[in-house]
Design a protein around this ligand. Sequence first.
Ligand code: FAD
Ligand code: DLZ
Length: 505
Amino acid sequence: MIRLVLGDQLNPKHSWYTNVDSNVTYAFFECMDEASYAPHHIQKVVGIFSAMRQFAAQLRDKGHCVHYSTITESLPSLGENLNALANSLSVALIECQEPDEYRVREHLVSLNDQGFTISFVSSEHFMSTTEDFIQQFTGKKSLLMESFYRRMRKETGILMEGQQPVGGKWNFDSSNRKSLPKNHQVPPRFFPETDITKVLEDIQTAGVSTIGSIGDPKYFYWPTNTDQAKAIFYYWLEHDLPFFGDFQDAMARNQWAMYHSRISFALNTKMIDPLWVCQQVELAYHNRPEVSINAAEGFIRQIIGWREFMRGAYWMRMPEFGTLNYFEHSRKLPEWFWTGETKMECMKQTIGQSLTHAYAHHIQRLMITGNFTLLAGIDPSEVDLWYLGIYIDAFEWVEITNTRGMSQFADGGWIATKPYVSSANYVHKMSDYCTNCKYDRKTKTEEHSCPFNSLYWDFYMRHSDKLGNNPRIGMVYRTLNKMTPESKEEIQERASWILNNLNTL
Ligand code: FAD
Ligand code: DLZ
């Protein structure tokens, strides 16, 4: 029998590996189709291949039988590689862990016609099931993360005292929104070091087309095995968790990760276990007075709440979810999304660090780049492709739900109850970006006014038919109603100029 191990299925604790069975071959394929379904960041491809190679080597060391095809040896698709291996080993049964991605599942299912049987087992990674998710939300016009999250807290017992939440409240979100005080220094972070020279060489030899940059190949700083992932996490737990709660939404120039954990890549490739991570945070809360409930709950909510929730939403609505475009947005992404060369300081910082580090934290993704693309009416498919390629942690199940759903409101409010958009006020409140910007954050309609200001009001005017009755944004429309027709017109004029000249901003 062959057991296929995909690049995001590197779970060392999976029950597959409990016993060594000489009749089982574990198959890993670095392949062009997977490396090019989106314009991936070079660090993402390097990180995945490097982690796959180390995981395969560990299995071999434990006595398992392993087949590994590198990107310079393999055939283009997973199916072609599996077919060739199945023929050469004369096996008729291929077992796979449930893929996280709809496209890959369909591809694997289609192989059933090619002379062998594909069967699926659980990836033994997630804490919730799609069936329970669908049962909870079938027939609901919009999902409610909070009700899902409470169920998950009860089911996992995390931060619970009997049936009640620890700290007396389920959710401390309102205490997660401080901006960074002036002169506050975010301490240096811990980075593991992996020599990825050979992996990089192979990727270049195979001609994989990538975006972004990579530093010294001797010191690759994303985790590529479970030990490194745990080391990053433990360092963060000891040094950064106490600040995570307060500054979860804060942004600052030259601080590319703030107090965020940077474990999403390790989680999404399954190098570390999400429940274990949450249990460590809960322990820290109980044992260390400096870890407040808003830090512990704020972090745990992201994992047993948002992360599991997005997975449920993905499988409930795919493939249709990938076509949704509620506002019928159709503009192209500005060219500077691929270079970071724009005069808007917030966009320059966020896109710049995304190209350099394959990372931006949540509020940068939601309230800087996502905010801009929604206000500018960019086609959600263009936006998806950018997010799917650029981030080290980007896998469709968690990317598309966050991008098309939460950020672009392309599902008409199924995931998010209102669009996440803002003018420059919010950006200025939560960051120091505006102080160094060529645009004026205080004005709306002048030549140097921050583009966010006119785009924000213009967005609500353009979409009043679809948003005007939303009770969560009544205040916006009340303010708009008080504006004179002349000032609305001036805003629309400035917005229209911006929309027609996006590449020049
Ligand atoms: P931390 O802030 O330290 O949070 C801890 C963990 O919580 C993360 O590692 C992640 O696993 C989980 N988490 C936090 N927020 C979310 C969320 N909204 N949805 C799901 N899990 C969450 N996350 C991805 O893993 N892959 C993506 O492709 C992705 N694309 C996104 C696109 C957009 C437009 C937005 C707004 C968010 C996206 N996110 C994505 C969610 C979030 O931004 C990242 O999980 C987070 O920035 C990863 O950094 P971290 O590990 O330092 O997170
Ligand atoms: C993202 C990715 C990349 C870049 N390359 C590979 C690969 O060559 N081989 C592989 O098995 N997996 C790769 N992956 C991860 C897959 O795309 C991932 O398994 C699917 O997105 C399913 O979630």
